[in-house]
Each structure stands twice: as C-alpha cells, then as structure tokens.
Unconditional design. Structure first.
Length: 219
C-alpha cells in the first residue's frame, strides 16, 4: 500500500520524506487554509520534495470552472492530480480533464455506488472519506471493502485512496482490506512508528550497555 501525507505543511512533508520517501501528497482548501500560505507556491514547493502524485483541489462547482482551475494547477508539475468532488459536474470535469491527459482524484466519496460512478468516469484515484463516515455513526472502513470488491470484479484501474484517516487503526484496517493508498495526517504518520515495547527495548539495551561500560572501567 502506498502512503501519502494528507497535509499542506511543507515542513511536515520534508520531515516525513527524509525518513521514508513519501509516495504522494493530498491537499485541500481546508489544509491550505490552516497553513495560511499561497496555494500555487505551496504546491510548487511540494513537487520539489515528493516524487509522486500531488493532489490539488479547485473550488469551482461547475465542470467548466473545475477544468479551468485544474488546467492551471496542472501547469505547475506533471505530478499534479486534480481533485474533483463526487457530483455530476465533478464527473463531467473528470472525463474532460482525463481526456486532456490530466489525472483526477475524485474526492468526497461516501458510498460504493459513488466509487463505481467515479471509476466509470475514468478517475485515476477514488477517495472514500472514512473518518467523516465514522463521525456520523457509520463504519468508514467497510466502504473500502465494498469498493475493493467492485473494482476487482470489473477490473477498474482506478486506485482506492483511503482518505479522512484519523488513527493508526484506520491505516491498519485499510491496508488489510486492500486499499491501494492511504493518505495519512502527519500526526498519525508519526504514531505509526511508535510501539511501547520498541521504546522499552531501546532503553533496556542502552542501560545494559552503560552497565557493561562501568564494569569494564572497574577492571
Ligand atoms: C484528502 O484527500 C482529504 O481531503 C482529507 O483526507 C479529508 O480529511 P478530513 O475528513 O480529516 O478533513
């Protein structure tokens, strides 16, 4: 499973990418608002750090506007992927952008039927939002299982990008269910490295090593 970082923080992207090269990045208007920076400049900087799909999200609601904004974003770098919402206008834009050689990430997907339509529109990435489904009392990760089955049944090439991930358990579940990609907030990414027994083990090895050094000095 590929791991993308779900952020517009260039600093966090740099830090994460220095540990293990990231497979891609997803951004959205809320994430860029949190950074308070120019979107195009931020995307330019991200494309210089990460060699993989970088999602940029237009704000138009009609297909024509989405295509226009998408084409501008796509000029930044060949790795830019354009996010369109799962609406009839979004799917029109998906077809038009795909036809002109620009890859699309269909966002705000909350049902398997929506994912089926996105695949039929030729989307490159399909983004089911797990956390937001959990928020309304549904089991978000179940959606990954359904979409995986549909995409496999009909050999759709669209990749499942598990989005709106809130915990390391989400990452584990979507990996087990066969998501192609998980886009992970920086905090969750860091948590994935952690296990109390790893920390305990390091401490014990270090303590024993220091004990040995003291004993050797005494001899
Ligand atoms: C990524 O493409 C999505 O925009 C993001 O994962 C949404 O996450 P949220 O539901 O935590 O805002």
């Amino acid at each position: 499973m590929k791991i993308f970082l779900d952020t517009a923080s260039v600093e966090d992207i740099k830090t994460a990418n220095d540990i293990i090269p990231l497979d891609g990045v997803t951004t959205n208007p809320t994430l860029i608002m949190k950074e308070g920076r120019d979107y195009v400049q931020t995307l330019k900087e991200i494309t210089k750090i990460v060699n993989g799909p970088i999602s940029a999200e237009p704000v138009s609601l009609d297909a024509k506007g989405m295509v226009k904004e998408g084409k501008e974003f796509a000029k930044i770098h060949k790795n830019i992927v354009i996010k369109v919402p799962m609406t009839p206008e979004g799917m029109k834009a998906c077809r038009l952008l795909t036809k002109s050689g620009i890859k699309v990430n269909t966002t705000l997907v909350f049902s398997a039927n929506q994912a089926l339509l996105a695949a039929k529109a030729g989307t490159y990435l399909t983004s089911p939002f797990l956390g937001r489904l959990d928020d309304i009392g549904e089991k978000g990760t179940e959606l990954i299982r359904e979409i995986r089955q549909i995409y496999d049944n009909y050999r759709f090439k669209s990749q499942i990008l598990a989005a709106s991930i809130r915990s390391t358990d989400h990452v584990l579940e979507v990996a087990m269910m066969g998501a192609d990609i998980a886009t992970v907030p920086y905090k969750v990414y860091r948590q994935m490295f952690k296990h109390p027994l790893t920390d305990k083990g390091i401490k014990q090895f270090l303590d024993d090593w220091n004990k040995l050094q003291k004993e050797l000095k005494k001899k």
